[in-house]
Design a binder for this molecule. Structure first.
Ligand code: MN
Length: 484
């Protein structure tokens, strides 16, 4: 385990935290019938596995105490210090915001953008999001104990919010586990089908993988390259998405089973690539050097797809251990590699060494630091969007509505209620009258104006982009036709 290097698993503070949580949750049970304490301890273990610092791990075991027991934040502050208290408070706020989206009215009264409030409330320390993700991971792993209707709801939310959030934090392995678990509840039949398909594929390619492993292993040994090799299997959910793109033809997906080679340093990465190309034929356009040119999310690796003399197509990823840890654990890995630097810089309010796609975190922290000092923050100037394919807009009451990018006011209206959609005559966006043809933007506050005399119009179909709204409008048009 990587984390054992830095963490004394049985530190006195950690033990105290476990006992504190155990006493607080005493008598509480989970739906499964287990003692509640099993959950916070599991969350703590996940955070340890991710290599998080001690404060975060302690906050992990305490994360439900303020929300669900009589424990107060000041007690936690007294016993475990300011940092732990801040983290637990952040997780509690986040839970509340997600539950009602209305509890933060005293926080940032100058904006009704609850999503932004949520981020800023927690964003002074991104570790709050990481604890929340560990919490969600344990809840997903134990979802079987809940009634089916709740399972679907939580699984859907996981696919829509938490898996993408993990991706935004570059936590690839977590995103994969969350998405696969969720998918097994949202679409159990398809999940089973694809699982079987993958297993069958893996069995089929076992022989060819063994042969290749031996072939290249001999050469690596000759060159004295220390390496680890593994067959990499695509996750069920990403296979599902990829198949949809490729007209369900599994034969078009080369990298279903691919191989990953982990070596000690960057020089060895290129050496390995050279060796592979000397014995196999590289496919045109399939060589990618993400070491010299990392992906926007900081991902580094060499990729190549080759054809073996047996005419097998094999995809390789070649990377160092550090690159591998980062690819799998993302932001959490930065904590491990930069722990000292990062933890200190959190307290001073600034992170360095972040890949460009995580720079929003710095922006968030600056905003949060200003607020803490009582300074004003121009919310509208923040360009924070965690979900590139989604926007979040708000009702005048502050309820959050998520829509795809490009959504129109009528999509929003139909999402609220078909009646509101069908009777819409105009829209106010951020307090100003706008045409119903104005695409909505992230963070907009949207108010639909209705009239009793309005009826749904067929021409609206062209203005809608969400299937839900189109379906509701078609139903309404059909009703009108029947009446006539
Ligand atoms: Mn929890």
């Amino acid at each position: 385990m990587v984390n054992s290097l830095k963490q004394n698993k049985d530190s006195k503070r950690k033990k105290e935290a476990i006992e504190f949580a155990r006493a607080a949750h005493k008598g509480q049970k989970r739906m499964s019938g287990e003692d509640f304490i099993v959950h916070p301890i599991a969350v703590m273990k996940i955070l340890e596995e991710w290599g998080m610092d001690e404060d975060t791990v302690i906050a992990g075991v305490l994360h439900d105490t303020v929300e669900d027991t009589s424990v107060t934040i000041s007690e936690i502050r007294e016993k475990f210090g300011e940092n732990v208290a801040f983290l637990v408070d952040g997780v509690t706020k986040m839970t509340k915001v997600r539950a009602g989206m209305r509890d933060l009215d005293t926080y940032l009264p100058e904006t009704r953008d609850n999503f932004l409030r949520l981020l800023i409330a927690t964003g002074a320390d991104i570790r709050v999001l990481i604890i929340k993700l560990a919490d969600r991971l344990n809840n997903m792993r134990t979802l079987a104990a809940l009634p089916p209707s709740t399972q679907k709801k939580i699984a859907t939310e996981t696919l829509e919010v938490f898996a993408p959030l993990a991706e935004r934090l570059n936590m690839g392995r977590l995103r994969m586990e969350l998405a696969d678990l969720a998918f097994s509840y949202t679409n159990p039949k398809r999940y089973k089908e694809l699982r079987e398909l993958i297993d069958e594929r893996v069995k089929k390619s076992k022989k060819k993988i063994d042969k290749i492993e031996k072939e290249i292993g001999d050469l690596f040994k000759k060159e004295k390259i220390k390496y680890e090799i593994s067959g990499r299997i695509k996750s069920v959910y990403s296979l599902h998405k990829k198949l949809a793109k490729h007209n369900q033809n599994i034969n078009e997906i080369y990298d279903l089973v691919a191989m990953r080679i982990i070596v000690e340093d960057v020089t060895s990465c290129y050496l390995v690539l050279g060796i592979l190309h000397s014995i196999y034929t590289p496919m045109n356009g399939r060589i990618k050097d993400y070491i010299a040119k990392p992906k926007q999310n900081g991902y580094q690796s060499l990729h190549t797809t080759v054809i073996t003399p047996d005419k097998d197509v094999v995809e390789f990823q070649i990377r160092t251990r550090e690159m591998h840890e980062y690819a799998e654990r993302g932001l959490a890995a930065s904590f491990y590699y930069n722990e000292q630097k990062l933890t200190e810089s959190y307290l001073t309010g600034k992170i360095q060494h972040l890949p460009t796609n995580l720079l929003w975190i710095t922006e968030l922290q600056e905003a949060a630091a200003k607020l803490k000092e009582g300074k004003k923050v121009d919310i509208r100037k923040l360009k924070i969007n965690l979900f590139s394919d989604k926007i979040f807009v708000y009702t005048p009451k502050g309820d959050i509505i998520d829509l795809p990018v490009g959504a129109m006011p009528l999509d929003f209206a139909y999402r609220l209620h078909s009646e509101i959609g069908g009777r819409a005559v105009g829209v106010k966006i951020n307090g100003a009258m706008k045409s119903l043809n104005t695409p909505l933007k992230h963070g907009d506050i949207v108010e639909i104006l209705t009239s009793k005399n309005q009826t749904p119009k067929e021409s609206w179909l062209a203005r809608l982009i969400t299937p839900h709204a189109k379906q509701k409008l078609r139903q309404q048009l059909h009703q009108i036709e029947k009446k006539d």
